[in-house]
Design a protein around this ligand. Structure first.
Ligand code: OAD
Length: 258
C-alpha cells in the first residue's frame, strides 16, 4: 500500500533526531526515492511511455550497449533531458542543510542525477556514477566530446576518437573504487546511519546499512513503503523524503543546545 503523503509522528521524528544529535559521524545512503519528488521515476516504477517496452537490463548493461549503442544513447539522452529539467526537492535541500548541523556527514548516493550537488551537498560519493558525464570506452576516463560528434547519436572522445558512454555503473559492473572505499570507511566509522529512498535491494550499496547494523549503530530509514531493511532498522520514518527530511532537520535545528 503506497503511503505517500502521511508523515511520522513528532515523537518518532524526535527519536531519530536524538540519534543524529548525539552522532559524531552520520553516514547517509540515498536512493531513487529522494529524487521521486523531483519528478524522476524510481527504478522500480514502471519505465514510462516510449521506454516502457525496454527493461533497464536491456539498456543499462555493457551487453546492451555492445548490442545497440545508439538505442542505449537515446535512452540516456532522454533521461538526461528529464534530469536537466528537474530541480532538487525539499528532501535534497534539507539533507544538504542537515550536513551543517552534525560534526561530520558522509553522503553516499546510488543516484546518478547530480541533484544532491545542485542542492548544495558538499561532498557526494557517487556510488553509481553520474549520468551527465561522458566516459571514453577506450581510455576508461571521463572525457569531452569531439567537436564534430557533439550532436551525434554516437558521441566520440575528443582525445582519442573512441566511442563515449555515460559515466554510470551498469548492471554487473564494479563500483568506482574511491566511492566504494570511502563508503565502506564511513559505514565502519559512523555512529548513526540514515537510509533515504532506497529499496535496499541492490548490493553492494545495500550492504552499507547492514555493516552499520552489525556494529550496533542506530539505523534510521526514510521511505513511504516498507523495504527489506525496515524490519531491522531502529527507526522507520514512513513517509516521503521531501516532507520527512525537512521535518528531521527542523527538529535538529530547534533542538540545538539540548
Ligand atoms: P528503487 O526504485 O529500487 O527504490 C526506490 C525506493 O524509493 C522505494 O523503496 C520506494 O518506496 C522509495 N520511494 C518512492 N518515493 C519516495 C519518496 N517520495 N521519498 C522516499 N522514498 C521514496 O531505487 P533504488 O533503491 O535507488 O542501480 O535502486 C538502487 C539501484 O537499483 C539503482 O541505483 C540502480 C538500480 O539498479 C544502478 O543503476 C547500478
Amino acid at each position: 500500500m503506497k503511503n505517500d503523503s502521511a508523515i511520522p509522528s513528532p515523537e518518532l521524528i524526535e527519536q531519530a533526531a536524538a540519534h543524529l544529535r548525539r552522532a559524531r559521524h552520520v553516514c547517509v545512503l540515498s536512493g531513487a526515492g529522494i529524487s521521486a519528488e523531483s519528478g524522476i521515476p524510481t527504478f522500480r516504477d514502471a519505465q514510462e511511455g516510449l521506454w516502457a517496452q525496454y527493461s533497464p537490463l536491456d539498456l543499462a548493461t555493457p551487453e546492451g550497449f555492445e548490442r545497440d549503442p545508439e538505442l542505449v544513447w537515446r535512452w540516456y539522452e532522454w533521461r538526461r533531458e528529464m534530469i536537466r529539467a528537474a530541480h532538487p526537492n525539499p528532501g535534497h535541500v534539507a539533507l544538504a542543510q542537515l550536513a551543517q548541523q552534525v560534526p561530520r556527514l558522509t553522503l553516499v548516493t546510488q543516484n546518478v542525477d547530480g541533484l544532491h550537488q545542485r542542492a548544495g551537498s558538499p561532498h557526494v560519493l557517487e556510488y553509481h556514477g553520474n549520468i551527465l558525464r561522458d566516459r571514453c570506452t577506450v581510455e576508461q576516463v571521463v572525457a569531452e566530446r569531439s567537436e564534430d560528434s557533439r550532436r551525434s547519436a554516437l558521441p566520440r572522445c575528443a582525445a582519442c576518437g573512441g566511442l563515449l558512454r555515460p559515466d554510470v555503473v551498469w548492471f554487473g559492473e564494479t563500483i568506482p573504487r574511491r566511492a566504494l572505499v570511502e563508503a565502506d570507511e564511513a559505514a565502519a566509522d559512523c555512529d548513526a546511519f540514515l537510509s533515504i529512498g532506497t529499496s535496499s535491494l541492490v548490493y553492494p550499496a545495500a550492504g552499507l546499512a547492514e555493516a552499520a547494523l552489525r556494529r550496533g549503530v542506530p539505523v534510521i530509514e526514510v521511505n513511504p513503503n516498507p523495504t527489506d531493511l525496515s524490519p531491522h532498522a531502529d527507526i522507520v520514518l514512513q513517509g516521503p523524503a521531501g516532507r520527512v527530511v525537512p521535518a528531521l532537520r527542523q527538529v535538529l535545528t530547534e533542538g540545538v543546545g539540548r
